[in-house]
Every structure is written in structure tokens, then in C-alpha cells.
Design a protein around this ligand. Sequence first.
Ligand SMILES: Nc1nc2c(ncn2[C@@H]2O[C@H](COP(=O)(O)OP(=O)(O)OP(=O)(O)O)[C@@H](O)[C@H]2O)c(=O)[nH]1
Length: 309
Amino acid sequence: MNNTELKNRKTLPSKPERHKLFGSVEPGPKTKPVDKEKMADLQNSKKDFLFDIDAVGIANVKNPINITSNLIPNNQTTIGTFRFTSRIDKDSKGTNMSRFTEQLDAYYKKNYSIDIDTLKRFTKDLAIRLKQKDAQMEVSFPWFFERKGPSSELAGLNHADAGIKVTYDQDKGHYIEVTLAGTITTLCPCSKEISEYSAHNQRGRVEMTAVLSEDFDENETDWKEALLEAAESNASARIHPVLKRPDEKMVTEQAYENPRFVEDIVRLVAADLYELPFVERFTISCRNEESIHLHDAVASLSFDKNKDA
Ligand SMILES: Nc1nc2c(ncn2[C@@H]2O[C@H](COP(=O)(O)OP(=O)(O)OP(=O)(O)O)[C@@H](O)[C@H]2O)c(=O)[nH]1
């Protein structure tokens, strides 16, 4: 910038003056207490408020999390989306919302890992912090895993959407439910059967929710890997980030050799989850994004090993 340009530059008012220009005003007279002890505490008022509340808390909380995985990368940092709640009875006006994020930050500072044992501790600590008999947390996160091309062995990262829901109840103990949604290739059996050549295929999303047995040991089994394998091993073919021509030929032929309807997928995945000893009950859904329609094909089933077996 030369001297003439510098001289022609506009002189702006100061930042406080600019704020006034755009409508900011001086603070008014203040009469309410500023000390926490003297402030009204509406949410802690005790009275008959007519109804118990099943779940009150906060949702859509995002925080960085550490997870471990049996598949590479074995340790990863990803983003967790949380929901925290507890019951309150009809004698309490409200919960203490700040305590949920206060506890999350305390765990974050301890560099905690999102594993089931830690989350069991988390929910029990949360119930104590809230002075309630129960607490529930849900966390969902993208889980990354390395996948190699079947012939070239060239690697890249795939991801699935994972979730854990843990409930602590002073009288009943812990309840644990896990969710995994993975992506697969399916090739239409009907299309293969009726056509002189080719068959249309689709990208399917398989979502599995499983209630885990009390004795489930995460040190022995990575539930994420087990559920992913249930979805992928029953598909027409797996999804790959990197495919060279020899890989593509293998994947295409494998899909043709293993045609699947959306119904076939939920039943075959159900058979695998039925055989996993640490799964007590499960729900499976599959949504295929059809390549010859604008709509999707969907199927779902639920099974309880204790009731339906
Ligand atoms: N209970 C309740 N609080 C809400 C809601 N929306 C916002 N909040 C706010 O959450 C803020 C923090 O609440 P608390 O955790 O009770 O704060 P506090 O009483 O200073 O915290 P403690 O010292 O832990 O008791 C309050 O200022 C509430 O106004 C709501 O729908 N319900």
C-alpha cells in the first residue's frame, strides 16, 4: 500500500463505539443476587408436580472420544454424540442439567475410553452426581476400520456407525445395548434369475441392535467387529475404499455368485447373531438403495433368545 492509499483509508470508530452504533446499550440497574448461594434454585423446588418423568436430560452433545478396536486402527479418536437422562419423581420440579456436561468433562479430562466397563462406571457416577436412583447414557460415533482390496491388498478406511446405550438402575443394575449400522453390496436374485445376462445391484445399510448378556467381556470380544462381520459375511459382497481391476472383477463375480434379497439379509444376519453367545436379543433392519427404482427396499426382524427360541 503506498502513502496516498494509506491517507485515503477510512478511520473506523473504536469497537465499543461501533457496538453502540449498532444498538448496544449500557447495563440497566441490577437487583438480583449474583452469589450462587443466594440465587433462586427453581429446578430444586419440592412440591407435588403431579407426574413422575421417565427421562429428562440433554441430547445432541458432541465431544471427542477415544475408542479401541480389534480392527486397524486399534486406537482412534472420533466424535461422540451423546444423550444423558435420568428419571425424576413428581416431587422434584427439575433435574440439574449442568451436571451431565460437568461429568462428561471430568471423564474427558481423565482421557477416558468409550468401553462398556467405563460407561457402566459413568452411569453409576452420574446417578450419584444427580442424586437420582438411575441414569442413562447413549453415545453414537463413526467407527473406522481398515479394509484391503481382495486381490491387490491395497488398504483404505471404511466406517460404520456404532452406538452404545447404558442404563444404570440402583435396584436392577446395568442394561447394555449396542448398535452397529454397516454398508454392504447386494445383488438382486430375481434380476439374476430372469435376465439373459447381468443383474442389478444395490448398496444396502444393515442396522443391528443387540442387548448384551451381563457377563459380556469386552477384553475377549470386540462387539463392533462381531456385528460388522455378521452383516458383511452374509452380503453379496463387501464394500471397499480401494479397488484395482483384479479386485473389482473379484467383487463383481462374488456378488453374482451370492445374490440376496433384503429378506435374505435380515434372516442370514439373524442366524449369525443367534449364534453369538453374548447377544441376548436383537433387532435387524436392512435398507437397500435400489439402482432400478427411486425408492428403497426395506426389511426388519426382532428376536429374543429367551422368549422366541
Ligand atoms: N431443569 C432444567 N434446567 C434447564 C432447562 N433448560 C435450561 N436449564 C438450565 O440449566 C442450568 C443449570 O442447571 P443446574 O445444573 O441446576 O445448575 P446449578 O443449580 O447451578 O448446579 P448445581 O450446583 O450442580 O446444583 C439452569 O440455569 C437452568 O436454567 C430445562 O428445561 N430444565
